[in-house]
Design a protein around this ligand. Structure first.
Ligand code: GDP
Length: 297
């Protein structure tokens, strides 16, 4: 996962330096480790938990050498990320898959939909996009541009229209065209949180009614460069809809990928996709093993 190398270089470099540069495991070492983790966006809560567990292991296993800490730390992180659930997108076979995208403005929702449409199209799947962000000026045009670029149909209404009605039409269009995948954009204004959350619930209900086991994925898009703010957004959206996975965008723009650990540990939601740039190809499946390997190579 080349785009994550920034993250891993930074975090692994600092941890390596700490563990190899010290002669004993003392308070100072733990404090410095805390600082490194917090700087890498692992977050206070997860950092404290991590360091506490490391202390316990060190005591239990009677470890004296700082050089022996790394595999233990790696294992603790792996365990903390384990509870987040399955990675990879849940797709229906020979049936319509409906994926709903939620997240605040500017995090990269529309771009991610474009990238995914590109991926599915390349896999030979029939894709329809529904322009459910009827609130932000330009969101509909932007989705249409992606649709044209990638060569997939976009279902839209006018700006200001009811998003649930757009999604309803999207579902009907996807069904009548025998599409494999419907990707639904939604609005992300947080200025009026109550309305937004009500709107999302309504969209959710419409999908449920038309596609009884849908939506098959509710992907919350978060901007990795916003650090702990992303975690806060995840908590807010989680109260309104059942988020099944996270898309972490702009990992190319930050050396602070520690947010992945915090999300998995604190929210117990799997990171499913990562965005590593603005182009159609800059989207990858998140792979925990690869992430950990990069972190502690
Ligand atoms: P939306 O408001 O959530 O739909 O956000 P957009 O899809 O419009 O994205 C906002 C900005 O972020 C755009 O300029 C995108 O090109 C950019 N963007 C989205 N994903 C990524 C990413 O993974 N990496 C980088 N560097 N930029 C991204």
């Amino acid at each position: 996962m080349t785009g994550l190398s920034k993250t891993s270089n930074n975090l692994v470099g600092a941890i390596n330096e700490l563990f190899t540069g010290r002669s004993k495991i003392d308070e100072e070492l733990y404090e410095e480790l805390e600082e490194i983790l917090i700087t890498a966006d692992v977050g206070v809560e997860t950092t404290m938990e991590l360091v506490e567990r490391l202390r316990t292991e060190v005591k239990q296993q009677k470890i004296k050498e700082p050089q022996h800490l790394q595999p233990i730390l790696s294992e603790i992180i792996a365990e903390m990320m384990d509870g987040a659930g399955e990675e990879g997108l849940r797709l229906k076979e020979n049936e319509l898959t409906v994926i709903l995208f939620v997240g605040v403005n500017g995090v990269g929702k529309t771009t991610t939909i474009g990238k995914l449409a590109h991926r599915f199209k390349n896999e030979g799947k029939k894709v329809v996009l529904a322009a459910g962000d009827t609130f932000r000026a330009g969101a509909i045009d932007q989705l249409e541009t992606w649709g044209q670029r990638v060569g997939v149909d976009v279902i839209k209404h006018q700006a200001g229209a009811d998003p649930a009605a757009v999604i309803y039409d999207g579902i009907q269009a996807a069904k009548s065209r025998s599409a494999d995948i419907l990707l639904c954009d939604t609005a992300g204004r947080l200025q009026n949180k109550v309305n937004l959350m009500e709107e999302l619930k309504k969209v959710f209900r419409v999908i449920r009614r038309e596609v009884p086991d849908g939506p098959h994925e509710v992907l919350l898009v978060l901007d990795a460069t916003t650090g702990q703010n992303a975690l806060l957004q995840a908590k807010q959206f989680g109260e309104a809809v059942d988020v099944s996975g996270i898309v972490l965008t702009k990992l190319d723009g930050t050396a602070k990928g520690g947010i992945v650990i915090a999300i998995s540990n604190e929210l117990k939601i799997p990171v499913k996709l990562v965005g590593l740039g603005e182009k159609a190809d800059d989207l990858q499946d998140f792979d925990k093993e690869q992430f950990l390997h990069a972190l502690f190579k």
